[in-house]
Design a protein around this ligand. Sequence first.
Ligand code: HSE
Length: 341
Amino acid sequence: MTPTRLALIGFGTVGQGFAEILAERGERLATRHGLAPTIVAISDFHRGSVYRERGFDPKELLGAADDLERLEADAKGWDALTTIRRSEADAVAELSFTDLTTGEPALTHVREALARGMDVVTTNKGPIALHFAELRALAAEHGAGIGVEGTVMSGTPTLALGAGLLASAGVTRIQGILNGTTNYILTRMEAGLDFASALAEAQREGYAEADPSGDVDGIDAAGKVVILANLVMDAPIGMADVERRGIREVSAADVAAAAEAGERWKLIGSVERAPEGGVRAAVRPQRVPLSHPLAGIGGATNACTFTTDLLGDVTLVGPGAGRLATGYALVEDLIALRGRR
Ligand code: HSE
């Protein structure tokens, strides 16, 4: 078994969830999947940066997560690009913050790693929603792999299923509840809470983006629609191609009226083949009957229905955020990439 030497760019919730999985389930990953990742470097803007040639025990990283530079290391204080250039890692986990306008700084990190022939695994929607075609070509040019499972529905294997097993069944439409925060808010509004209290709860539970307007206005869901369109339907659309409306326009009275009629409001992200060619993509609040496959999805849970030529509808339901759920997406990507090393 060849160990994969990993450099982590960012050691927040996702990186720490990943380290916890390695600490608790490393043996199972090795025996079941032949996967033995060793974290040799971490660079985090707030928590510090460390490199150790022989690697770190995930438990010691978790114990020093607030100040990594307390650890004994061969080098400290490297910024992200120096870490990518000097750590001699096989793979980079890009886990810095998401920016769906520029994709930076993650975009620069991912480009640098791929251009050096390093595999990249990332949960960061920014570079993938904005520059997937370029990054895929860069990876191919340099013999590197790129794993992005955690960008949509965290570790729920949406892209593995959609872009892998379902793509050849002829996917004609994808509809999903792709943002946990807004689904949580709508669910709590059905229980009688007002919008602001429901949002505050979602933030306390840790579902919301740093700036929750990205959730509430449908930007986060639009990024995921773009990623699904590109990876599952080979449709090269960008953020501007998604017709987007968020949930601010759904009032408490709208929610109550739907409930009275036996219906529900859901923020649905969709992409479908258009009769005139290409695809149509949208994120918008929709009032759906209880018979709709996505109507029963409550709280922060996510779901995605793939409509296919050969199988009809296939619906996947699971978490869309969370420390271990998103950390596990990196494990899935590493398993998928492991044959390459
Ligand atoms: N803010 C996102 C959500 C987290 O609420 O679903 C995962 O992208």
